[in-house]
Design a protein around this ligand. Structure first.
Ligand code: GLU
Length: 281
């Protein structure tokens, strides 16, 4: 069964880039006779807003994209993600980290093209779990995790246009480019995007993850997490990004290209499909 999802963060209005991602995922699911799910990735409790959640639903409905089943909101599952993360606490793979809140906040969010992903230098790595203080984040000791998974086949299938094929996670590259990712922040029940989304993709039976190219380089983290938690690895399809006239990827602040704005100006859903280069059904 082909099951895919559109997983926006309700921290701003949907723009043309989101429309492309959602329409593509929806159309691929419908063409395969599968399911198209909607998941609100609202783990950033400070920036997520109910009015954006509602606007996303309005925009998708207007685009003619009906999702199957109830909406999954990650904010309603934070305790369960943390309980599952606790299973790793005695393995020696996690350590508490007290580096600054803003560093950690950036590390929890989904990485984006053009925003340098900083590899953590490992300052707190020698700390044991027993030294954990309120407000500390938990980081994954990536070298230890890779060592533990040395006998496993850490690979994934990609069907997107730019990287189509089978990809193996290269441990050296992972250490160099990804490093010790933050998995949670204590006290606030906040877990990293990479972890919540690995759990949810498995729980929702997602067979195909369809999302923007900017997340391709981050996929190895999710594959590693899937192996650590015994979760299946879906097929990935990273699609091209919709860019502005200067060639920059559209971001949440690009309200000028918000779907709601085009709608208010009288554009039709077919116009949106044309603008992002997708065929009308
Ligand atoms: N919430 C993520 C974002 O908006 C989606 C990532 C994904 O589809 O895995 O960038």
């Amino acid at each position: 069964m082909f099951i895919t999802r559109f997983a926006p963060s309700p921290t701003g209005p949907l723009h043309l880039g989101h429309a492309y991602s959602a329409i593509l995922a929806h159309d691929m699911a419908r063409a395969a006779g599968g399911r198209f799910l909607l998941r609100m990735e609202d783990t950033d409790l400070e920036r997520s807003r109910p009015d954006y959640d509602a606007l996303i639903q309005t925009d998708l409905a207007w685009l003619g994209l009906a999702w199957d089943g109830p909406i999954l909101r990650q904010s309603e599952h934070l305790a369960s993600y943390n309980t599952r993360l606790e299973a790793l606490e005695d393995t020696g793979l996690l350590y508490p980290c007290s580096c600054t809140r803003s560093d950690i906040r950036a590390a929890l969010a989904a990485p984006q093209e053009g925003v340098a992903f900083s590899v953590y230098p490992g300052t707190c790595r020698p700390r044991g779990m027993g030294t954990r203080q309120p407000g500390d984040a938990l980081r994954l000791n990536l070298a230890a995790a890779l060592q533990m998974l040395a006998a496993e086949d850490l690979s994934f299938t990609e069907t997107g246009p730019a990287h189509s094929g089978r990809h193996s996670v290269d441990p050296e590259q992972a250490l160099e480019r990804i490093g010790d990712v933050v998995l949670s922040r204590k006290g606030e029940d906040i877990v990293a995007y990479s972890l919540a989304s690995a759990f949810d993709d498995a729980d929702q039976g997602v067979s195909h993850v369809i999302r923007g190219e900017d997340l391709f380089d981050f996929t190895p983290v999710q594959v590693i997490l899937q192996h650590l938690f015994g979760l299946p690895t879906p097929i990935y399809h990273h699609h091209r990004l919709i860019r502005d006239d200067q060639g920059k990827r559209l971001a949440k602040r690009d309200d000028a290209r918000a779907i709601a704005k085009y709608r208010a100006e009288g554009a039709t859903p077919s116009d949106i499909r044309r603008m992002v280069g997708l065929p009308n059904p």
